[in-house]
Design a protein. Structure first.
Ligand code: ATP
Ligand code: MG
Length: 386
């Protein structure tokens, strides 16, 4: 039967935290393989997964943080004849040199590891064109004879490495349809921060396609987490109110102060430990250090900007690698151009912001907006389209 072995790698060296990490990794893997009916068994050094579609699962597992190696393997009877047959099948398309590495963990098995290496080596030499090289072989045939079963495999696919998502708790990613924020989300996951996403939509000023695009981006980022929920914030009323009250060149500054206020409150209510976003210093007027100063002071949460000091080309490289770029460059905009001032203020002043915000009751609008949040947590439809 085809099974998958998971090697934890650096996790195994983590001492007392190890059990916690393995538990978290198991949970993440279960989420990632949802729909494939995985049966997972684990011990201190390995995980064994049986599921419906092993090839599909192997692809998904290559995106899970905390996995050092993904190993497509066969679980077979510990019978010499069967092991030999399977060995030839696995080596069928291999060329060059090989070596056999037997690990007889089940000491009840009568043949010791070294002797079994020799038996198998001789058999393979006789039945294939491969040559032996014990020092630097092209292919290693691994045979693990364990109490729970015998596993045989040749290829170890490199995993993402790192630590399982969630070791740092959960943060809230401000996710837009652009290039930067999905990359920011991925980088946060990579550091062990699990995320949910917060998207501000303003229909009819923003289109249904813009929302679909963000859902799709969330689903792609979710391939690295398995645990993401997308919170959609109805931002129309608040945005229109800011516009009506003549924010003019301060339109974006005030809009972003409102976004941060909402994000902060959502964090407090749901125990997220930080706000994460895709701001990059100096990229646009609202991301100068002066702007950041008057904008983020409304938030009483740590704000993490994983791409703050990356330039656009570096961000694009990551976006291409993780598979979000093609979706991000689709044309649907998150913000209607009528709200965008021709010359947004580059050095906004705090007292001017406060004066504009005094003109309307933004606090009750914020409350109403938060009460209207829609939660999307099923991306199976989207991921299947990929
Ligand atoms: P681009 O990749 O084109 O720069 P962007 O998404 O980075 O797009 P910016 O205007 O630079 O857009 O916004 C900076 C950050 O603010 C985003 O990375 C995102 O984290 C957050 N943000 C902007 N608009 C929204 C929105 N509608 N919903 C949620 N977060 C948003
Ligand atoms: Mg940006």
């Amino acid at each position: 039967m085809k099974v998958i072995l998971i090697k934890y790698g650096e996790l195994t060296t983590k001492g007392e935290n190890r059990n916690e990490f393995i538990k978290l990794l198991t949970k993440n893997i279960k989420n990632i393989l949802k729909g494939l009916n995985p049966i997972i068994e684990r011990n201190r050094v390995r995980m064994y997964i049986e599921c419906d579609d092993a090839d599909k699962a192997i692809k998904k597992l290559q995106k899970v943080f905390g996995i050092h190696g993904v190993v497509p393997a066969y679980k077979i009877e510990p019978d010499e004849k069967i092991i030999k047959e399977k060995a030839l099948e696995l080596l069928k398309n291999k060329e060059g040199t090989f070596k056999v590495e037997t690990n007889r963990a089940d000491k009840n098995y009568p043949i010791p590891s070294m002797e079994f290496n020799n038996i198998m080596g001789g058999y393979i030499l006789k039945n294939t064109n491969l040559k032996v090289d014990v020092h630097n072989p092209d292919t290693v045939l691994h045979i693990e004879i364990r109490v729970e079963g015998t596993y045989i495999y040749t290829d170890v696919i490199k995993g993402m490495g790192g630590y399982p998502v969630g070791t740092q708790g959960k943060g809230l990613l401000m996710l837009s349809g652009g290039i930067d924020s999905p990359v920011a989300g991925y980088l946060a996951l990579k550091r062990g921060i699990d995320i949910d996403c917060l998207y501000f939509e303003a229909p009819p000023h923003t289109s249904p396609e813009a929302k679909e695009k963000v859902i799709k981006l969330a689903s792609i980022v979710n391939e690295y987490s398995g645990n993401i929920r997308l919170l959609v914030v109805p931002f129309t009323k608040l945005q229109e109110e800011i516009y009506k009250n003549h924010a003019d060149t301060y339109m974006i500054t005030i809009m972003r102060r409102m976004m941060y206020r909402i994000a902060s409150e959502v964090c407090h209510k749901n125990h997220y430990k930080a706000i994460i976003n895709g701001e990059s210093i100096g990229q646009v007027a609202s991301q100068t250090l002066d702007s950041i100063n008057v904008i983020e002071c409304v938030a009483d949460m740590p704000i993490i900007r994983p791409v703050a000091c990356m330039d656009k080309l570096e961000i694009i490289d990551v976006a291409k690698n993780i598979g979000t770029y093609e979706t991000s460059i689709l044309p649907y905009e998150d913000c209607c151009t009528i709200f965008l001032p021709k010359h947004p203020v580059i050095k906004p002043k705090l007292d001017k912001c406060l004066a504009i915000e005094k003109r309307f009751d933004f606090e009750s609008l914020i409350e109403e907006t938060i009460n209207g949040i829609e939660i999307i947590d099923d991306f199976s439809h989207n991921t299947d389209l990929l």
